[in-house]
Design a protein around this ligand. Structure first.
Ligand code: ACO
Length: 322
C-alpha cells in the first residue's frame, strides 16, 4: 500500500497585516523585515476565529479539490501548536465540524515540523491498512501567542491552515508510482529552550508567549534540513535533479535559499510563500502546496520534496510522487 495524495486545500484569514502597518506600531521597518526574512505581509485571524475554524475551511477546500465526500474520511491528523483548548484535541472539533462521527481524530504537536510529522504518521496508518482515507491538516493562530512588544519575533509569524487528503492505494512500490515515497523525522530536545512558549497548563497555567533565540535557530536550521533531505535521497536513490518542486517550511527566505543552494536544488523549483503568509508554523507547507497546485505548477506525477525544522528542535522531510 502507498499513501496517495488525492487533493489539497487551504484557508487564510481575511485580515492582512503589512510590514508598513507593523512599522507604525513598533520600532521596525519594511526594509529590515524584508531583508532578514523575505516577509512582506501575514494574515491574522479575527477575534473569535479559532484554529479549528481555519482548519475546517482548509479541510473543506481539500475535500473539494480531491473530489471526495467528508464521510469517506476515517482518520484526521491535525498538526498545531495553537489548539483551541488545552483539550480536547482541535482535530475532534474539526471532525465534528465536518459532520464525521466515525474513525479517529487527534492532534500532533511538533511545532513548525508538525505537518511533516503528521504526514508521516498518517502515512504509517494508511500503509498498515489501519485506515483508508486521511485528512492531514496544519492549522495555526500564532498571532495569539506572540508578544506584540517583541519586535524580534512578532514580525515573523502569521495565521492560516492547509490540508491534504491521502488515500491508501495498491502500488507496486516503484519510485515512479504515486504516493509518499519516504519520510524522515528527527528531534533533539537539548535545543528545547531556543524556541518555546513560556507558559502551559502544567507549569504556569497561563498560555504564555513565543520566545526565540533567532540566531541559534538560524545557525542550526540549514544543517538539520539538509541532513533529512540527504536521508530521503539515500533511501530512494533519487537526487536533486529528480525533484520537480521543493516545498520547504516557510520560516525565512534566507534559510530556504541557503538550503536549496546547499542541496543543488535549482531556484526555479522552490515554492516560496513566506513573502505573503509569513511563518505559519505547521500550516506553512500545506498552504504552499495549495498555492503551487492551484496555479498549475505541481502536477500529477511530479516529485515533490517537503522539509521543515522547528521548535524542539524537530525536523523532517517527506518525498511525494504527486
Ligand atoms: N526590526 C528592526 N530591528 C530589529 C527587529 C525588527 N523586527 N528585530 C530585531 N531587531 C534588531 C535587534 O534588536 C538587533 O539590534 P542591535 O544590534 O541594536 O541589538 C539587530 O536587529 C540584530 O538582531 P538579531 O536578532 O541578531 O538579528 P538577526 O540578523 O539574527 O535576524 C532573525 C533576526 C530574522 C529572527 C534571524 O535570526 C532569523 O531569521 N532566525 C531564524 C528564525 C526563524 O526562522 N525561526 C523560525 C524557524 S523555526 C519555526 O519556524 C518555528
Amino acid at each position: 500500500l502507498r499513501s496517495v495524495v488525492l487533493g489539497c486545500g487551504s484557508y487564510l484569514p481575511e485580515r492582512i497585516l503589512t510590514n508598513a502597518e507593523l512599522a507604525s506600531q513598533i520600532d521596525t521597518s519594511d526594509e529590515w523585515i524584508v531583508q532578514r526574512t523575505g516577509i512582506r505581509q501575514r494574515h491574522i485571524a479575527a477575534e473569535g476565529e479559532f484554529t479549528s475554524h481555519l482548519a475546517i475551511n482548509a479541510a473543506r477546500s481539500a475535500l473539494a479539490n480531491a473530489g471526495v465526500d467528508a464521510q469517506s474520511i476515517d482518520l484526521i491528523v491535525l498538526a498545531t501548536s495553537t489548539p483551541d483548548n488545552t483539550f480536547p484535541a482541535t482535530a475532534v472539533a474539526v471532525q465534528n465540524g465536518l459532520g464525521i462521527h466515525h474513525g479517529a481524530a487527534f492532534d500532533l504537536q511538533a511545532v513548525c515540523s508538525g505537518f511533516v510529522f503528521a504526514l508521516a504518521t498518517a502515512d504509517n496508518f494508511l500503509r498498515s491498512g489501519t485506515f483508508k482515507r486521511a485528512l492531514v491538516i496544519g492549522a495555526e493562530t500564532f498571532s495569539r501567542i506572540l508578544d506584540w512588544n517583541d519586535r524580534g519575533t512578532c514580525v515573523l509569524f502569521g495565521d492560516g491552515a492547509g490540508a491534504v487528503v491521502l488515500e491508501a492505494q495498491e502500488q507496486s512500490g516503484l519510485s515512479s508510482d504515486r504516493g509518499i515515497l519516504t519520510a524522515h523525522l528527527r528531534s533533539d530536545g537539548q535545543h528545547k529552550s531556543k524556541l518555546y512558549v513560556d507558559g502551559g497548563p502544567s507549569s504556569t497555567k497561563t498560555v504564555g508567549y513565543l520566545r526565540m533565540e533567532g540566531r541559534e535557530v538560524f545557525k542550526h536550521a540549514v544543517g538539520m534540513i539538509t541532513d533529512v533531505i540527504v536521508a530521503a535521497f539515500e533511501a530512494t536513490g533519487l537526487t536533486a535533479d529528480d525533484i520537480a518542486w521543493f516545498v520547504p517550511h516557510q520560516a525565512n527566505k534566507r534559510i530556504i535559499d541557503a538550503s536549496a543552494h546547499k542541496l543543488h536544488i535549482a531556484p526555479q523549483k522552490v515554492v516560496l510563500t513566506v513573502d505573503r503568509h509569513g511563518n505559519t508554523s505547521a500550516a506553512s507547507i500545506p498552504l504552499a502546496l495549495a498555492v503551487a497546485v492551484g496555479d498549475g505548477r505541481i502536477k500529477r506525477g511530479d516529485l515533490v520534496l517537503l522539509e521543515a525544522m522547528g521548535g524542539g528542535f524537530t525536523w523532517g522531510s517527506v518525498l511525494i510522487r504527486w
